[in-house]
Design a protein around this ligand. Structure first.
Ligand code: SF4
Ligand code: SF4
Length: 457
C-alpha cells in the first residue's frame, strides 16, 4: 500500500493516493506564527482557514453536542409553564419590561439579583473544575462561538464543498456563481470572525492556563511516539523513526489552523478534530491509534515506559468541587427560606418629625410591600412597642385596623403616619425610640414584623 510519499506542502496536489487523502493546501494559517510575521503587530492579518471535514468519534460527539445545545436554544422558548392568568406562561423568560427573570417555578425579582450572581459564580467554578480535569472541553464542544462556527462551517461545506473546493472558490474571481455560493455564509461572527473570536477577543484562553496542572487531560501530540517524523512508503520499516508521517491532516482539519505537534498553544480550542484526523491516518498506515490524544503531562513525561494513571481527585479539583458545594448549599438554603412577602420601610428624612397643633408629634413612613405570590393578598397593618401611638394609612384614614390589597406579583407603595399625643411624647423624653410595624396576612394570619424608628422633638 502506498502511503503519503514525500508529503511536503509544495507537493500537496488534490490527489488520493490509495489509502491517504492528501489535501491541496496552502497549509492553513499558522496561528502561532511569531509576531514578526505580522510586521511586529499584535494582530496577524486574517488569513481565512478552510478546515477539512474530520471523521471519527470526536467529530460525532461534536455533532451530538451541537444538536443538543442548538436544540435547547431553539426549543426552550416554546416550553410553557402555567403561572396563573396574571403572568407570562413562558417557562424560561427574561422579561425586561417587567424586570423579572422566570425559570420554570422560580421567579427572580430585581432585588434578588444575587441569585443570578450565585449562579454565575457556580458556573465559573464548574468551568474551573472541568478545565482542571479535562482542559478546554468547554471551548472545544459547548462554547456558543464554537458551536456556531462549527455550524457555519457545515453550512459552508454544504454550499461550497470541502476544503479543496472552498480554497478554489476563494481564489476564483467574483461571479454570480461565487457570489451565490459564498453569500450564504457571511454572518459576522460565525462566517467572518470565527476563530478570530477565540484567538483575539475571548479572555478565557488567557485565563484557563492557570487551571491546568500536570494531571489535566489535554489534547496532545505524543512526540515521544511520533518523532522523528517523516514521509513513509508502503512496506518501509518503522524501525528508527516515529509514527508521524508528516501528512499534515491534523492541521488541515484544525478550525484554528494550528499545528498541534508544536505543543500546547493558546489558539487550540481542544476540539479534538486532529485526534480523529490522525487516528484515521494511523489506521490506514497500520500503526496504533492515539498519536494525538487526550493525555496528561505526567503521562507524557513517562514517554510510554509506563502508564501514569489519571488522577481525578487532587487538591485543585477538591478545591473547585468544595467551593461549588458551598455555593450550591448557600443558594439552595436561600431559595428554600425565600419569603413570599418582602417589606421595606423608609422613614421620612425631611422633615424628621412634624409637631402637631395639639402638642403631639407625627413621623411619616413609606412602606413597600412586595407580593411574590400569584394571587392578590390582603395585608393588615398595626404597631407594636410604641405605647399611645396611632397609625394611619394615607387614603384609609378612617380605618382603625387598616388593610391594603397587593395585586399578585406586584410591589405596592403606601404612605403611613405614626402619631404620638402630647402625653406619649412627654413619656418618650424627646429621644428616638424603636418600634415594630406589623404586617399580617388577613387570610392566613402570617405575620411579619419590621423594625422602625420614631423620632421625638
Ligand atoms: S500527527 Fe498524525 S495527522 Fe498530524 S502529520 Fe503526523 S501523522 Fe499526520
Ligand atoms: S490543534 Fe487539534 S484540538 Fe486544537 S484546535 Fe486544532 S484540531 Fe482542535
Amino acid at each position: 500500500m502506498l502511503i503519503a510519499e514525500s508529503l511536503r506542502p509544495e507537493h500537496f496536489g488534490h490527489a488520493r493516493t490509495g489509502a491517504v487523502e492528501i489535501t491541496d493546501a496552502p497549509l492553513p494559517r499558522q496561528a502561532n506564527e511569531p509576531p514578526g510575521d505580522s510586521g511586529g503587530s499584535l494582530y496577524a492579518p486574517h488569513v481565512k482557514i478552510y478546515p477539512k471535514r474530520a471523521h471519527g468519534s470526536f467529530r460525532t460527539a461534536k455533532w451530538i453536542v451541537m444538536a443538543v445545545t442548538l436544540g435547547i436554544y431553539y426549543l426552550v422558548p416554546w416550553i410553557r409553564w402555567d403561572r396563573g392568568s396574571y403572568l407570562p406562561d413562558q417557562a424560561v423568560l427574561i422579561d425586561f419590561p417587567a424586570r423579572r427573570f422566570y425559570f420554570f417555578f422560580l421567579e427572580i425579582w430585581p432585588q434578588e439579583f444575587y441569585y443570578i450572581t450565585g449562579l454565575l459564580v457556580l458556573a465559573s467554578l464548574a468551568l474551573f473544575l472541568v478545565t482542571s480535569v479535562a482542559g478546554r472541553v468547554w471551548c472545544g464542544y459547548t462554547c456558543p462561538q464554537t458551536v456556531w462556527t462549527d455550524l457555519m462551517i457545515a453550512v459552508e461545506r454544504f454550499f461550497q464543498g470541502d476544503r479543496n473546493q472552498r480554497l478554489k472558490l476563494a481564489k476564483a474571481p467574483w461571479s454570480v456563481n461565487t457570489l451565490s455560493r459564498r453569500g450564504a455564509t457571511t454572518y459576522v461572527l460565525g462566517g467572518l470572525a470565527r476563530e478570530q473570536v477565540c484567538i483575539y477577543m475571548c479572555p478565557w484562553p488567557r485565563i484557563q492556563g492557570a487551571m491546568f496542572d500536570r494531571d489535566s487531560l489535554l489534547i496532545t501530540y505524543r512526540g515521544w511516539r511520533g518523532e522523528p517524523r517523516g514521509p513513509h512508503k508502503a512496506g518501509q520499516s518503522w524501525e528508527g523513526r516515529g509514527d508521524c508521517i508528516d501528512c499534515k491532516q491534523c492541521i488541515a482539519v484544525c478550525p484554528t489552523g494550528i499545528d498541534i505537534r508544536n505543543g500546547p498553544q493558546l489558539e487550540c480550542i481542544q476540539c479534538a478534530l486532529c485526534i480523529d484526523a490522525c487516528d484515521e491516518i494511523m489506521t490506514k498506515v497500520e500503526r496504533p491509534r492515539g498519536l494525538i490524544a487526550y493525555d496528561t503531562e505526567s503521562n507524557l513525561a513517562a514517554a510510554g515506559r509506563e502508564t501514569v494513571p489519571i488522577k481525578l481527585i487532587r487538591p485543585r479539583t477538591i478545591l473547585y468541587a468544595g467551593a461549588m458545594a458551598v455555593v450550591s448549599a448557600i443558594m439552595l438554603t436561600a431559595l428554600l427560606l425565600r419569603p413570599d412577602l418582602d417589606v421595606n420601610v423608609l422613614r421620612d428624612r425631611n422633615p424628621l418629625f412634624v409637631k402637631l397643633s395639639d402638642g403631639g408629634v407625627r413621623n411619616g413612613y413609606t412602606i413597600k410591600l412586595m407580593n411574590k405570590l400569584y394571587a392578590p393578598r390582603a395585608l393588615s397593618l398595626s404597631l407594636e412597642g410604641l405605647p399611645g401611638a396611632k397609625l394611619s394609612v394615607v387614603g384609609l384614614e378612617n380605618e382603625i385596623n387598616p388593610s391594603v390589597t397587593v395585586p399578585p406579583d406586584e410591589l405596592k407603595s403606601i404612605r403611613l403616619y405614626v402619631n404620638l399625643d402630647k402625653q406619649a411624647v412627654a413619656a418618650l423624653g424627646g429621644v428616638s425610640t424603636s418600634f415594630d410595624i406589623v404586617i399580617a396576612d388577613v387570610a392566613t394570619g402570617e405575620r411579619m414584623e419590621h423594625s422602625a424608628i420614631f423620632q421625638g422633638p
